[in-house]
Design a protein around this ligand. Structure first.
Ligand code: ADP
Length: 524
């Protein structure tokens, strides 16, 4: 009976210790699982050897669990050579101060893999102050580190992209109306100091150019009311007087109930582009003026030399006519002399006609340079030259050019001069009309004879059919300051190129001036 009691006691004791063992095993398993999931390893060691290496420590440090516990030296050899000194220093500090320290360092495994670990080093002392062991708990933070690096690099690239493209970003909290974020480039563009912290909304509005504030404010309010984004161009005025042109793209984020949550805005500093555009515009204006001056001066020169040369035969014609009159007034009239004098008048008149013809021939005689060039390109150059003149008169402008490279042969400058003349004539004709749209169109197409047809269509007053042919006559003009030589010279140039220039009526109104150029000879 007693024996049985003893046995029973033993049974109770063994089942209690079994329970404790189970619990211990289970909690160890939980711990191992937690370590595995969190990539956490525990290593315990003293001055000479490794005392404990958790399951997760083996793969972390690159050891095979089947080989048993690694030596202290072997573990230390796995610490990245560049970090080993700092690791040792930190451990000494922990021992000296008798407290745990945090330490981030790298491991370098034999296969070259580098891992980042974040370790907590805890020295454990006995009651008498002797060091029992050091427990290091290390977390593998390689992934986090990589993600951080990528993020940091991404941020650096973004900042660089913002700097290069002069684009700044800011974000505003829709509820508090305070800024949440200003990118470096935003600070640069708006001239705020990042060290002073985020500017306020008033600070920002204070920098918007006074002449643009009202317009911009209205646009912002409209966009908010209509719950939409907006794009706006405006100027800012910095305290040192610098004016910058910005393009702002603003996105408004609303809650489903319509409350403004966030405003995200990108500002592009387009000052340089704007300046270049202005310069280009000025250049275009200059080119147009030049084209005009060129045209006028060519005409002016011609007129001057014509009038000079024509004056002489006119003067002699006048003298001869006077003499003729005198011979007729004689009693009896001297008809022979009168006939001769009148013959001289006819001769003088013929001479005047010859002079006009000679000058026109002069243009004709300077043989046009026969270069091969792309027609569309030449037409586009002319358009650039005349663009501002056309825009100034509120004329809408269109082109319908043949596709591809359209080779023509001739004097590029002379042909461009013809086109400039036709366009400016159309421009002048249309600016004289008050109502109706002003439309100008330049077209190039294949001509019926296999060459090329270039046409300038306008919606001006057109030309009275009676005067259709007269417009090409020298000195025919209906303008107060016109010379009437433009179309005549144009015709001479086109004829010199083996083409034809003519005019027809446009529908519903206006004129079409068009010319042909022969097909380019392939072997030329
Ligand atoms: P100018 O321009 O000096 O008058 P032009 O020989 O170029 O000399 O033109 C002669 C005349 O032809 C102009 O005065 C004008 O009456 C008429 N003309 C030319 N082009 C047009 C046009 N597109 N529409 C209406 N009339 C035109």
């Amino acid at each position: 009976m007693r024996r049985r009691r003893v046995e029973a006691t033993r049974d109770v004791t063994s089942s209690a210790s079994k329970k404790t063992e189970d619990r211990l095993r289970r909690s160890e398993a939980y711990l191992a699982e937690a370590q595995r999931l969190t990539h956490t390893a525990t290593v315990a060691y003293n001055a000479t050897e490794i005392l404990y290496f958790s399951d997760e420590a083996f793969p972390m440090f690159g050891f095979d669990p089947l080989q048993g516990l690694p030596s202290r030296e072997a573990v230390w050899r796995r610490i990245h050579p560049d970090d080993v000194d700092t690791v040792n220093e930190k451990i000494e500090y922990a021992l000296r101060e008798k407290k745990s320290v945090q330490n981030e360092f790298r491991l370098k495994l034999p296969d070259g893999i580098v891992k980042h670990v974040d370790a907590d080093i805890l020295p454990v002392f006995s009651a008498t102050g002797e060091l029992v062991e050091i427990i290091a708990t290390a977390v593998d933070v390689t992934e986090r580190k990589r993600a951080e690096d990528t993020l940091r690099r991404g941020e650096a690239w973004l900042a660089q992209a913002q700097r290069l493209s002069h684009t700044g970003t800011w974000v505003l909290d829709g509820t508090t109306k305070r800024f949440l974020y200003w990118s470096d480039e935003s600070y640069r563009i708006w001239g705020f100091d990042p060290l002073q912290g985020l500017p306020s909304r008033d600070d920002m509005w204070g920098r918007i150019h006074p002449d643009d504030q009202e317009r911009l404010w209205k646009e912002v309010q409209d966009a908010l009311r209509e719950q939409r984004d907006f794009f706006e161009e405006f100027r800012i005025l910095l305290p040192d007087g610098t004016v910058k042109y910005l393009e702002a793209n603003t996105h408004h984020e609303f809650s489903p109930l319509g409350a403004l949550l966030e405003v995200v805005c990108t500002n592009v500093d387009v000052t340089e582009r704007k300046r270049a555009q202005d310069e280009r515009e000025q250049l275009r204006q200059l080119e147009a003026d030049l084209a005009h001056i060129n045209r006028v001066s060519t005409m002016g020169e011609l007129a001057a030399s014509l009038s000079h040369e024509i004056l002489h035969p006119i003067a002699t014609a006048r003298n001869n006519a006077r003499a003729g009159m005198r011979f007729l007034e004689m009693n009896p009239p001297n008809l022979d002399e009168a006939r001769e004098a009148l013959g001289c008048v006819v001769r003088d008149a013929d001479r005047a006609k010859d002079i006009v013809g000679r000058i026109r021939n002069q243009i004709k005689r300077t043989p046009p340079r026969k270069m091969r060039f792309g027609l569309n390109e030449a037409v586009n150059e002319v358009i650039v030259m005349v663009q501002s003149a056309i825009a100034k008169n509120g004329i809408s402008f269109s082109t319908r050019l043949m596709d591809g490279l359209v080779p023509v042969q001739g004097d590029r400058v002379q042909l461009q001069q013809v086109l400039v003349n036709l366009i400016l004539n159309a421009d002048e004709a249309m600016s004289s009309i008050e109502d109706g749209t002003r439309e100008l169109s330049i077209r190039t197409e294949q001509s019926q004879t296999g060459g090329i047809l270039v046409a300038v269509h306008d919606s001006g007053p057109g030309i009275d059919p009676v005067n259709l042919e007269r417009v090409f006559e020298p000195f025919y003009t209906t303008k107060t300051s016109g010379i009437g030589m433009g179309l005549s010279i144009c015709q001479t140039i086109i004829n010199g190129h083996g083409g034809r220039l003519w005019m027809s009526a446009n529908e519903p109104r206006g004129a079409i001036f068009q010319f042909t150029l022969p097909a380019v000879q392939e072997n030329s």
